[in-house]
Design a protein around this ligand. Structure first.
Ligand code: COA
Length: 409
């Protein structure tokens, strides 16, 4: 095994690095990317947003081996109350298997996050391959995925459940035209929801055979305020819902009426069903929406406490000093937050006020309203000598609906 550099040389990627990045990343994740995969990804690849680690012995030569990669996508993310923040979504994080646990990831993350701060980002986001990696960098779990399976024949609608109709079957071309606007309206409602660029939509709708897992090409359903895409696995007699987006309760009920009417299907499976989805309440037997897996989805890290906290709305009036501990980027301190349903302000203060002390990794989950302050306190990420201050933060940070990010990255 080669010796690791004492500290790696970091450089920004160029367009020519894409193939080498996919090779390093493919090794890290155990994937062989095909030429088609690489060309499909190219429109989403902004080399300026990628940092590469190399051995100083190679003098950061363009063609020297890449020992580590980190990149980011430029998302907009929705906060409780509907405001959005530009938010880099960290991605393609890999270190060569020959050079692990020698500080290359830490060097990449430090440089990348300094860049996010210099660019004025208030929050950064990621999805994690393993749960133990990112807490140390100030990230906390912000959304969760629930996989569900429904035995279609047993999932009858309760008497009186809405049956609004209005769903059409459409092809991929029409879906590409109609879905982005519905998705945009959905992102405005849901905390944690991520924007999709046109290039992202093109990629999302590609539906390459190599990614179908043995299922059919996608079928698409559309309603004025929602849509669903699914594929059928004939061997398993399963309908796999790849995406279901509804802006209104009517669209939700109408789309589910159609999905549960697919006569030749035994099981309808959804890989990411919102934790607060109301489908169970439409059915005679709510237990038919069986959760088969629950796992973390998106993680968030606050980079600018005043900017992030003043951009969201709060469920109840709150006036509190948050004492934030940030060992990774040293961006913590004491911040006074005054907020409520109509707006908020937050500023750095020297001292005073009823205070709640917390690790920065607890602030992302709180910011998007997906975790209760009381739960974080029981987990030791947040504490206060003042029970009223803790109760106030607990009540104020809850959002009207649970956060969902909606777009994998
Ligand atoms: C995860 C990965 C990027 C770590 O790279 P690395 O260069 O070995 O990490 P570092 O040596 O810089 O470690 C930084 C810190 O994270 C810890 N760490 C790194 N990987 C970890 C893991 N898988 N589980 C727990 N802790 C981990 C290290 O112990 C170190 O802790 P410390 O600095 O607080 O003492 C690398 O193992 C990898 O490429 N894995 C496969 C691909 C992958 O999962 N990528 C992440 C995608 S979300």
């Amino acid at each position: 095994m080669p010796h690791a550099p004492a500290s790696p040389v970091l450089r920004r990627a160029t367009a020519d690095d894409l193939r080498a990045i996919t090779t390093t990343d493919g090794r890290g994740f155990g994937v062989h990317y095909s030429d088609t995969d690489i060309e499909d990804f190219r429109p989403l690849f902004d080399p300026d947003r990628y940092l590469l680690a190399q051995d100083p012995a190679d003098g950061a030569k363009q063609d020297g081996p890449i020992l580590g990669v980190t990149g980011s996508f430029p998302f907009e993310v929705t906060l409780p109350g509907g405001a959005t923040l530009p938010a880099p979504g960290v991605t393609w994080v890999t270190v060569a298997v020959t050079h692990r646990r020698r500080g290359i990831l830490r060097a990449l993350m430090t440089e990348q996050h300094r860049g996010f701060v210099a660019d004025g980002s208030a929050v950064s986001l990621l999805t994690a391959s393993e749960g133990a990696i990112y807490g140390r960098f100030g990230y906390g779990i912000t959304t969760q995925h629930r996989a569900v399976e429904i035995t279609r024949r047993r999932a009858t609608f309760r008497p009186g459940a809405p049956d609004p109709g209005g769903v059409r079957e459409i092809d991929g071309n029409e879906a590409r035209l109609l879905f982005p606007d519905i998705h945009r309206r959905w992102t405005a409602l849901v905390p944690g929801a991520l924007s999709r660029s046109e290039a992202w939509w093109d990629n999302h709708m590609l539906d390459r055979e190599s990614r179908r897992g043995g299922g059919t090409a996608l079928f698409h359903l559309v309603h004025a305020d929602g849509y669903a895409s699914y594929r059928i696995e004939h061997g398993e007699r399963t309908c796999r819902v790849v995406e279901l987006v509804s802006v209104t309760a009517e669209a939700h009920a109408a789309l589910w009426r159609v999905l549960l009417a697919l006569d030749l299907v035994e099981t309808v499976a959804v890989w990411s069903h919102p934790l607060d989805d109301p489908l169970g309440y439409l059915l005679a037997d709510p237990r038919q929406v069986r959760t088969t897996r629950l796992r973390d989805g998106m993680w968030a890290r606050v980079l600018d406490v005043p900017a992030a906290l003043s951009a969201r709305r709060y469920r109840t009036e709150v006036d509190v000093v948050l004492d934030v501990h940030d060992p990774f980027l040293d961006l913590g301190g004491r911040f006074r937050l005054r907020g409520g349903p109509d707006g908020a302000e937050c500023e750095r203060v020297a001292a005073g006020g009823p205070s709640v002390a917390m690790d920065i990794a607890g602030l992302g989950p709180l910011l998007f309203g997906g975790e209760r302050a009381a739960t974080l306190a029981r987990g030791g990420l947040l504490e206060s000598d003042d029970p009223a201050a803790l109760r106030g933060v607990d009540a104020a940070f809850l959002a009207d609906r649970l956060p969902q990010h909606g777009t994998e990255f």
